[in-house]
Write a protein that binds this ligand. Structure first.
Ligand SMILES: NC(=O)c1ccc[n+]([C@@H]2O[C@H](COP(=O)([O-])OP(=O)(O)OC[C@H]3O[C@@H](n4cnc5c(N)ncnc54)[C@H](O)[C@@H]3O)[C@@H](O)[C@H]2O)c1
Length: 322
């Protein structure tokens, strides 16, 4: 299978790490020759294209886009028109119509299309869901998902056309994905989204959810929380118990440096630490996509899930009275 990865400067390196691990030599599109050289030194790279159009004219089966969010739609459309299967980093696109269009185009062309959202594959979330279904916390009534950090918004993340309305639709999608995987469909929500420093988009969001299954949800996401505490990023409270993330095993390093390649730490179930069997979530995600192309099977995470996540974020933006 011939794969072309587009954009190897940042998170593209995590994708290259997986292709090398799985034994694939891949071609890359990288406009910065210095960056291309660094990637070639580190990973199994067969060819470097200086421009995207040349890569689209190649025999590649798969285009993997790890480029700024604002380019996902335009570059994804070109890939589908060139009859390439498509993997796109999250979020699917910064706006809903473009996301719907990408899904339709891929369906009409009978090509595989997946959004790379590694949080969807997290083993702790899967184990927590299994135990909730098993009745271990009774009837769940509240889910709390929150993430806080103190990070500068630089480069394309501070350009309106590239990041959309702010950091919630860029990185916050991971946590909305987790919230909805626990809560399911929701009936209504209330929200506040705000800009707490001099930045082109929002950097802090609060929302409360009323889920169809009777649960309620609390969501908090911010990149402007100086000296933030270490707290569980997900908690599910039932009438007969609770499950929350264990902060003691939580991976805290950036993805490129972390040894435990999961989104979350283990879980605490009814006060007891449960070690979760871990695996590399990015390998699970990309490996699963490659297998779906190879065997012509459905992708492991349907793109409609990624669309669900940005539709919810759009609702949060629209419901905000700030
Ligand atoms: N899943 C995750 O945990 C995670 C983490 C970080 C980033 N991301 C996603 O990955 C994508 C890239 O983010 P990043 O942090 O790696 O950004 P980055 O700025 O580090 O890298 C962007 C890459 O895109 C390339 N690029 C930019 N414009 C291009 C163009 N017009 N044509 C071809 N290549 C172009 C750049 O050369 C660079 O290699 C974004 O969609 C982001 O949301 C996901």
């Amino acid at each position: 299978m011939d794969i072309v990865l587009v954009g190897c400067r940042g998170f593209g390196k995590e994708h290259l790490r997986i292709y090398s691990k799985l034994g694939y030599d891949v071609a890359i599109v990288e406009r910065d020759p210095e960056e291309a050289r660094r990637c070639m030194e580190q990973f199994r790279i067969s060819k470097v294209y200086e421009n995207y159009e040349d890569a689209l004219r190649s025999n590649a089966d798969i285009i993997d886009l790890v480029v700024p969010d604002g380019l996902h739609y335009e570059m994804g459309t070109l890939a589908i028109r060139a009859k390439k299967n498509l993997l796109v980093e999250k979020p699917i696109t910064p706006d809903i119509d473009s996301g719907i269009s990408l899904i339709q185009q891929a369906n009409e062309s009978k090509l595989k299309f997946m959004v790379a959202e590694q949080f969807y594959f997290d083993p702790s979330v899967a184990e927590a869901l299994r135990r909730i279904k098993n009745g271990e916390i009774g009837t769940p009534h509240t889910v709390i998902v929150r993430h806080q950090s103190y990070r500068k918004l630089e480069g394309w993340r501070n350009e309106k056309g590239m990041v959309g309305r702010g950091i919630l639709i860029d990185e916050g999608t991971h946590y909305i994905d987790t919230l909805l995987n626990f809560g399911g469909n929701f009936r209504s929500l209330r929200s506040f989204v705000h800009r707490t420093w001099d930045y082109v988009g929002e950097d802090t969001a609060e929302a409360v959810f009323n889920f169809e299954n009777g649960m309620h949800g609390i969501f908090f996401y911010s990149w402007n929380y100086p000296e933030y505490p270490l707290i569980p990023e997900f908690e599910i409270i039932g009438d007969n118990g609770s499950i929350y993330e264990d902060v003691g095993t939580k991976p805290l390093e950036p993805w490129t440096q972390r040894k435990r390649k999961t989104a979350y730490g283990d879980i605490i179930v009814n006060g007891k630490h449960i070690p979760v069997e871990t695996y590399d979530v990015i390998e699970k995600e990309i490996g699963g996509f490659l297998e779906s192309v190879e065997k012509d099977e459905p992708v492991p995470m349907p793109p409609e899930i990624a669309l669900r996540d940005i539709i919810t974020i759009d609702r949060i933006y629209k419901a905000s009275s700030d």
